[in-house]
Design a protein around this ligand. Structure first.
Ligand SMILES: Cc1cc2nc3c(=O)[nH]c(=O)nc-3n(C[C@H](O)[C@H](O)[C@H](O)COP(=O)(O)OP(=O)(O)OC[C@H]3O[C@@H](n4cnc5c(N)ncnc54)[C@H](O)[C@@H]3O)c2cc1C
Length: 390
């Protein structure tokens, strides 16, 4: 099915094996508030590296796996089968960075990230700027050979586990005043502090919290600038395409697991002397879920194949938005049905249905909300015509 090559299937099987090793740990981690002993997390990371799953998205030239987009989707799909962020050790360092990195940045950030020695976080969103990134108020002021960074960033995922951050601000002076620029900020650095760490809907433990982080007169050498001043943020589009496709992939994995679990449960659960799988109303929930998963998977794999075949970048952009929009909405519907099929058990944290129900909610919000994806798709339809996009 899905016309996968032998090599694709081998990579998929390796990722699936790792996900299957992690799944039995989920309930214990959930009941421990998401915490996993540090040595166990380190062992998982080492295992992901050993299995060749870590940095599969990075070019081989910098020490990454050099996988095709389809193979990256196959790996992240398996990551999505696991709750509580246990599989986040199958990390995808910034694959857009090698193209714009200076030789020094390649040695200090890109190669160590590909080896699994350095972890990043993204400090872009602010209290008043999420969907509209251009509304950011963070600043970057040139001062001699340095830049001075200021701003308060929200939802900085995995800040606690990161040892460097991508910080985005607007230049305050020079030829490119008012334009965006991105910087590499080592963590910890003087002037960087956590304002507070709000609790979120999912249970992901200490390492994967989303604190509000203040950058106050943080001084970085000019060599920490990503790309050139005025070079534009073209890499941001590559990054969005990648992240949106990987969100779609993880949603496929989550939905696959939910469909499998609800089907088994429906066959075993006896109510009024019959397995609930014999009730038409339950069958409808199972059938709709598998049908929508098939549609989302076909869409996501086809989008990845288009990228691998060198499709037009704008077409890729719209298709990644379609894959993210449809897969995230689909996974949300499947999780809702799974909770229903499991009845009272579906509301218990010991069951995957309950965990996915909470964890999948954010897939419709981060990396661009569903509304933002729709506006990207419609914009491309108007500019290019729907026939070029699907
Ligand atoms: C758990 C979590 C982790 C995150 N991690 C990170 C991170 O690591 N780094 C980072 O920088 N950010 C991160 N984010 C931020 C995330 O990307 C933003 O929350 C998201 O882009 C939405 O922005 P917002 O919250 O400001 O919502 P808003 O932009 O305020 O949107 C509010 C509502 O308005 C709608 N809306 C906005 N614009 C439009 C429009 N043009 N058309 C129609 N509807 C619109 C939205 O769809 C939404 O329904 C994270 C968020 C969460 C929840």
């Amino acid at each position: 099915m899905y016309s996968l090559s032998e090599q694709d299937r081998e990579i998929q099987a390796r990722a699936r094996q790792f996900a299957d090793e992690l799944i039995p740990l989920e309930t214990g981690v959930e009941l421990a508030g998401g915490e996993l002993p540090a040595d166990q997390e380190a062992a998982h990371k080492a295992r992901a590296i050993e299995l060749g799953l870590h940095a599969a998205n990075m070019p081989r030239a910098v020490g990454g796996g050099g996988c095709t987009s389809l193979q990256q989707v196959l790996i992240q799909e398996q990551v999505g089968r696991v709750t509580n962020a246990l599989a986040w050790v199958v990390a995808t360092p910034p694959s857009w960075l090698p193209d714009v990195a200076t030789p020094d940045q390649l040695e200090r950030y890109v190669r160590p990230a590909a080896r699994g020695e350095r972890d990043e976080c993204y400090a872009i969103t602010e209290e008043g700027a999420g969907s509209d990134v251009d509304a950011i108020e963070a600043t970057a002021s040139r001062d001699g050979d340095d830049y001075v960074l200021n701003g308060v960033k929200w939802h900085v995922t995995s800040y606690n586990a990161a040892d460097y951050a991508f910080f985005q601000g607007k230049l305050t002076s020079g030829e490119h005043a008012g334009e965006h620029a991105m910087f590499l900020v080592d963590l910890p650095s003087p002037g960087v502090r956590v304002v507070r760490t709000p609790p979120y809907m999912h249970t992901l433990g200490h390492a994967h919290q989303h604190p509000i982080v203040a950058f106050e007169d943080v001084r970085v050498p000019a060599a920490q600038l990503v790309g050139a001043e005025g070079g534009g943020m073209a890499f941001a589009y590559e990054w969005f395409r990648f992240e949106r496709l990987m969100v779609a992939a993880r949603c496929l994995g989550a939905a696959e697991r939910l469909v499998a679990e609800m089907t088994s449960f429906a066959q075993e659960r006896i109510v009024s002397g019959r397995p609930i799988a014999e009730f038409g109303a339950v069958q409808a929930m199972l059938a709709d879920s598998l049908t929508e998963l098939f549609a989302a998977r076909s869409l996501t794999y086809e989008t990845a194949r288009g990228i691998d075949a060198g499709a037009d970048l704008k077409v890729q952009h719209a298709q990644c938005s379609m894959a993210k929009l449809y897969a995230a909405e689909m996974a949300g519907r499947v999780a809702d049905r799974a909770v229903q099929v499991f009845g009272g058990r579906g509301y218990m944290r010991e069951y995957a249905a309950e965990r996915f129900y909470r964890e999948l909610r954010v897939e419709r919000i981060w990396e661009g909300t569903s509304e933002v994806q729709r506006s990207i798709i419609a914009d491309q339809m108007i500019k290019r015509g729907p026939g070029r996009l699907a």
